[in-house]
Design a protein around this ligand. Structure first.
Ligand code: SF4
Length: 355
């Protein structure tokens, strides 16, 4: 088994040395840069991730610069990636590094896990890549590759299944350069052992891969539960006043906490009165409430059935979480808005394009 694993390790390292993609976070390696890239890549594919990474590290080149930034700005840079709690956690972790680690980003697995939002996966990636700590990384790509390679029949969404995959990955990890090997596993899962259309016919492991030998590639990874997608109805009111369009900062522990949305209620029944009660504003308007569009917006575990209504009104009373943005400033506005709202502004407020 040891010899067998050594062969797999070397074959994968050889493959990686000639197939590794040139990516911005693979240059000027530091714990901070690896951390930023790993969190971004939990959200998106590499191509889009590169743009976000470059923007993020160019605005926040050091952990100190991130720590002293306003949350607004951090969320704005994260806009479009979703899972905004991750951006808020990064901001909090940067402050922790400054306060508890004298501004030096930790590089050891245990210390990394003490930072907000950093779990086993991210800690293992940083510790192995930056300080050669021998801890295997198991992300979604590794989970799929390893469970196919070894034919793991346990469900990978169970504790035991995860442990089995982790143990297999750990058993392959070389003493020298464990970080490079971790990257190789992730890269192989991302480029060759992909969810659909896995490249088994010209795979370097086709002789030894359990899933391939059983002709059951797509039976792995085994999962117990399908992720349930819940639906939420949201009715947004786009209120254009003489001073600008009304946005509300979300303060509840909702999935868009601290982002700005149009005021909304969950039901179209008594839409206007619902908005007036919920936001405690004196909303006066003339004319009709016009339905602009219905949009189905997919989040990780949720589908939002959004309806946008438009009125021209007036708001004599605003409160601390309200903000009015002039139509001419929409394009350059600094407040962070979720992709759903950003898409609406681009598609249904064409004036933005001419601002
Ligand atoms: S043979 Fe197919 S399933 Fe097995 S490791 Fe290669 S690409 Fe993945």
């Amino acid at each position: 088994m040891v010899q067998y694993n050594n062969n797999i390790t070397q074959i994968l390292l050889d493959w990686f040395s000639s197939n590794a993609r040139i990516l911005p976070w693979r240059k000027n390696r530091s714990a901070y840069r690896v951390w930023v890239s790993e969190v971004i890549l939990q959200q998106t594919q590499v191509v889009q991730g590169e743009q976000y990474f470059n923007r993020f590290v160019s605005r926040f080149p050091t952990v100190e610069s991130l720590a002293i930034a306003g949350e607004h700005e951090v969320l704005k840079l994260w806009q479009g990636l979703g899972y905004y709690s991750r951006a808020r956690n990064m901001h909090a972790a940067a402050k922790q590094v400054v306060e508890c680690f004298d501004g030096k980003f930790p590089e050891e697995f245990k210390a990394l896990k003490s930072l907000k939002g950093i779990g086993d996966y991210t800690a293992a990636a940083i510790a192995s890549i930056v300080s050669a700590e021998p801890v295997a990384v198991v992300d979604g790509n590794v989970l799929r590759f390893i469970s196919r390679l070894f034919g793991v029949e346990e469900a990978v969404d169970s504790a035991i299944g995860k442990k089995i995959v982790k143990n297999f990955a750990q058993s392959l990890l070389p003493k020298a350069n464990p970080g490079t090997f971790n990257e190789a596993m992730m890269e192989f899962g991302a480029l060759k052992c992909v969810p659909r259309n896995a490249q088994c016919d010209n795979c370097i492991f086709s002789d030894v891969c359990s899933a391939k030998r059983q002709n059951r590639v797509y039976d792995f990874p085994v999962r117990r539960h399908k992720t349930k997608v819940s639906e939420r109805e949201m009715h947004f009111l786009v209120v254009e006043t003489s001073k600008g369009i009304w946005f509300e900062k979300q303060t509840s522990r909702d999935f868009w906490k601290n982002m700005y949305l149009f005021p909304f209620v969950d039901s179209s029944n008594a839409l206007l009165n619902g908005i007036i009660d919920k936001y405690n504003v004196d909303l006066k308007f003339e004319g009709e409430l016009v339905k602009v569009c219905n949009v189905n917006h997919i989040l990780t575990h949720r589908k939002v059935l959004a309806t946008f209504w438009k009125i021209e009104g007036d708001l004599p009373e605003m409160h601390s979480n309200s903000i009015l943005v002039k139509v001419t400033d929409l394009k350059s506005m600094e407040i962070p808005v979720p992709k759903l709202i950003d898409n609406f502004l681009r598609n249904y407020m064409p004036d933005m394009e001419n601002c």
